[in-house]
Design a binder for this molecule. Sequence first.
Ligand SMILES: [Zn+2]
Length: 337
Amino acid sequence: MFNNKKSSFDKINDYLVKKGHELVFSIYLADYNGNNIYIRFDYVPKIAVYKIVWVDLNFLNIKHLESYINVQMLTKFISTKIIEKLAEIDYESGFYLNDDIIGDRVELLTYLKENKEYVFDRFLPLEWEKFIDPLALIFSYLPRGMEVFLNEIFAKFDGTEEGYNCLKPIKFNILKGDSTKIFRSLSISKGTELFEQNRVLFLEKVDNKYLAIVEDRIPYLVMIEEVDKEHTLLWCNCKARYYCKHIYAVLLAIRENRFNNFYKVKFLGKEESLLDKVTLRNFYYSFGIRNGKLYIVTPDGMILPLNPVENGKLLFEVIEDDDNCSLSKALEEFKLK
Ligand SMILES: [Zn+2]
């Protein structure tokens, strides 16, 4: 545990031991939304008092440790409650350690009965319901901003897990993963319809990302990124806070090998264009002309509607078209208007 930060943890512990602290329970948010926060529930035998300690490891300066360690004294009532709740947990049945988790880890360490360690991925597993009370009590002593983490950790219990999940990579294999585990049945049926009606207009693999345009009421951009062999980020620019039908339609298209390359266009205008600012490529992905604008897609997930013509001159050259030269023809017509 704490391997990569070992020296920091050791130094924090040494400092607290000198102050008479004994560690009872700790929570480490490891690369959790990019944060590294170490929280402890300590006993100080000399004065028979429990204390909450928290340290933001992203900002920790080891040389001035004392300025970065935040300590809060607990009332006897609350500390007794926390101890009672921690003691109720059946640590044997809940033991869990998963080294596969890459970031967004929560590591719990308890010395209450014996030394036990738990690691979970963002969300408190349902069978660990009993951790809710002690965690909520401990977090009530932390700065208000940390409630965000607590709410996220509890997301499985209030059913908002999908909302948090869809912004982060999850353990899911693009080609073989069980879709029913992450998609709602409605998204699956609606997504299947979209796919069968050929509404996945464009689908192309760019580096480790699949970019796709799904035509629903308006065109939506879907991005499916292979973070590593097991972890995938699935994203759509629609407003759904869960894995939507558009993502599902694209997943089907990938699995059925129904790729259809984006148009590629080269910008002919001045160098310092908006496009140069958003991408370093010398060509751009496009899904064509709609309502008088040429639609560009950037590999980081933006759709930009741009004027294809300026002063009667085309601003874009098509460097990859479909077999019917659809975009080249459309651009020519546009110029003539
Ligand atoms: Zn969507």
